[in-house]
Design a protein around this ligand. Sequence first.
Ligand code: HEM
Length: 368
Amino acid sequence: MFGDPRHRTEDIRAADPLGADALLAAVPAMNAAGDTAALAVALRALLPDPDRAAEWSVGDALAAMRDLGILLGSLKRHGVQPLAAVPEALPVLELLGRRTDMVPRDTVHHYTTWNPVGRRRRSYTGHPAEARLQEAVRMVFPGLVAALDDCSRIARLEPYDPGFATALDRVARHLRAMVDSIDLTVAQVSPEYFAVTLRPYFEEVEVAGRDYLGPAAAQVPLWPVDLTLWQCDRPDPAYDAFLAESLPYALPAWREFHDRHRGGVSAVSKLSAAVDRLRADRLPSPLSASAAALGRVLRILKTFRARHIGIARKAYSDDLRRYEEGSGGAPVALLRSILDLTRENETMVRRSTERRRPAGAPAGPTAA
Ligand code: HEM
């Protein structure tokens, strides 16, 4: 998965390098009882010999991090810094982080995509709503992975090229899963369950003096789409800071994507510049197709974000919230500013073409 042969989803899900299946099945009961002693014993019992772990495939190392991660989040939920209770876990987490080129704790990929389904599912609570949220998050990754290639293509093309609109239309199809995911979440995961029961398991955990965020949905990489479509040349302090904080949790290939595209020219800027350069009153048809396709993608992003902010507001409302910030380290106010930025870009694309009519279109205020 993710274009990296070392990340074969099925293999990672099937892997149980720590022999953790039976012990992890008991974690929801330990959590329900708040039994930190049992959780610490479990973490210690699962720790592999570092020499053996150094020989593992990357897939096995990812699966091992997934399994240790469930115990890290569980201990912290009950007020115990896991490495204070089990210091011998530190070299193992650092080794697994190095072997996989990822942070030295589990991420949203470990908790959702790489998590087995069925009886082997790793879970903090064992509650059906936790499984539904894991599934809702898991379902967006194939589309986001596919969108990555199309976003790279868009970054190389000019809006006059018919391939620009075609690639944007593919991105729109890939992003539909984001809307379906949030609809499923709203229908199946109550804000109360998230706020009161699940959110505490996503607390940050200290590893070698640094706090690492939990494996929450805020790490879902929607940002590569923003980056190439509008964000790379439109700095915004709040979004930029959130992105900087999220990047370390991304897969290596996604971090490379960020390095390649930051400081580039966004699709929105290329389109606006092409429209501004036009002398004629009419948009040539490839340009008008590109504008329409870009508008469609931005509308899907807007729809996801508008629905997502609804559930986030409820889960972080005064009566429910236990934390000021989301598990991704940012407040709900950030979601408002990202939604506003998405809307502004959509409006900009619409306005830039409203002044012009596509060649051959009848004159009228709504043309374009
Ligand atoms: C109970 C359900 C959910 C709640 C309460 C919630 C809450 C939040 C909050 C408060 C943030 C701000 C950053 C932070 O957490 O520190 C955030 C960010 C984010 N969440 Fe969620 N979320 C939920 C479900 C989901 C789902 C199902 C997805 C998608 C699969 C998702 C995707 C994102 C993304 C991509 C961001 C980054 C900001 C953006 O791109 O707009 N969330 N979420």
